[in-house]
Design a protein around this ligand. Sequence first.
Ligand code: DX5
Ligand code: ZN
Length: 216
Amino acid sequence: MIKLAPSILSADFVNLERDIRALAPQEADYVHVDVMDGCFVPNITIGIPVVAAIKRISPLPLDVHLMIERPLRYVEDFCRSGADILTVHAEADLPANIRAALEKTRALGVRAGLSVKPNTRAEAVLPFLELCDLILVMTVEPGFGGQSFMADMMPKLKTIRGWIDERNPGCELEVDGGVNEKTGRICVENGANVLVAGSAWFKSADPAAFCRALKA
Ligand code: DX5
Ligand code: ZN
């Protein structure tokens, strides 16, 4: 089943509650929450108190994407603030600390995700695959919404889909960056089952139709 995870980075922050409450009736599956620290990426977005506030009003699970350095430091806080899936970046720390972050996330009863930036090879996820409930392949450089989709990430996506099917079939495979109706379909063809969409979703005149088109 294909799932849609609208990224609230493109929502109206003045009307965040309104925009989040609209997502479930539009048949979205997760609320994608982008956390940026100004170090791992050159942008700063939202933090722990905002995630906790969103949790109070969201009928959908929170898919929290941490674009922060040394995420292990904050795993417990984000898990307790209500993340249902917590994704860290493979590039954000030493492998032992990434492993510890994934293990800690699961120990706290939260689904653990691992993301790779465009320049990171597919192989980077291999040592962690059995510890993951979700792998996130970035199809833009993380940091900003509204960038163009990198179609050259498709071979990486396909390779990771093959490994997931072999070694951890319950693991979800998500893409993030530049996803619209056309590029989303390409991602599904290459093995993704969770599509993050920020600007395309929130600019759409009919997000429910957008959602249905990608799930069909
Ligand atoms: C980018 C974020 C994305 C972003 C996607 O670093 O991780 O989730 O909001 O935005 P679009 O869909 O506009 O590329
Ligand atoms: Zn994201």
